[in-house]
Design a protein around this ligand. Structure first.
Ligand SMILES: N[C@@H](CCC(=O)N[C@@H](CS)C(=O)NCC(=O)O)C(=O)O
Length: 204
């Protein structure tokens, strides 16, 4: 498999999960922008993903999968024994999906313009800051009595939440009102998968 990624972005979540699962993969760095390119080949990245964004997973047979939440679910299902996503049709699975969608639509896409598009200006940043703080309240409540977002084991939801909530720092969003989340980020950040993913992305 190949993971098309850009350091400092949401593709880190997929990268962490590939490492959690010990799956063989190749990292393909993408230079984002108006004309995104694959760094190693300078090929037009939009040939692979017409939307020009990361992450993108390329399977060994060439098939392509985009959308972080879908990629995370796919990877977890490749190795069900790791328990990175509840299996079957139990409500827990849809609970996990609920959080993936929540992180994607209520946090990730609220942070994105703020972090990656300073041209949106300070007013947009202030609106985003208020909305994100509100959305984090639910996360803080969910973390009460739980080491991980879904309970006592690490899942793909944690890889995604860690990646997105870590953007609070570069955005200057204080987590003082969210002590459980702050401790959670510290804890997840110490995992081998996270440490090695961050090291690999810095060197890529
Ligand atoms: N809906 C996509 C959005 C992915 C996304 O926003 N990726 C950002 C990095 S965090 C990106 O590549 N932005 C560049 C762009 O939109 O041109 C997903 O959830 O995977």
């Amino acid at each position: 498999m190949k993971l098309y990624f850009t350091p400092g972005t949401c593709s880190l979540a997929t990268h962490i999960v590939l490492r959690e699962l010990n799956l063989p993969f190749e990292l393909m760095r993408v230079r984002l922008g108006a004309e995104p390119i694959v760094a190693a080949t300078r090929a037009d990245y939009r040939q692979l993903n017409p939307n020009g964004y990361v992450p993108l997973l390329q399977l060994d047979d060439g098939q392509l999968l985009t959308e972080g939440a879908a990629i995370l679910s796919y990877l977890a299902d490749l190795v069900p024994a790791h328990g990175l996503l509840p299996a079957g049709t139990a409500l827990e699975r849809y609970e996990a999906q609920r959080w993936l969608v929540y992180i994607s639509s209520e946090l990730h896409k609220m942070f994105s313009p703020w972090l990656f598009h300073p041209e949106f200006g300070t007013q947009a940043a202030e609106v985003a800051r208020g909305k994100i703080a509100k959305r984090l309240e639910l996360i803080e409540r969910q973390l009460q009595g739980r080491a991980f977002l879904l309970g006592d084991t690490f899942t793909v939801v944690d890889a995604y939440l860690f990646t997105i909530a870590s953007w609070s720092k570069p955005c200057g969003l204080s987590l003082d009102s969210f002590p459980l989340l702050a401790a959670y980020l510290q804890r997840i950040g110490e995992r081998n998968s996270v440490q090695s993913a961050l090291r690999a992305e810095q060197g890529a």
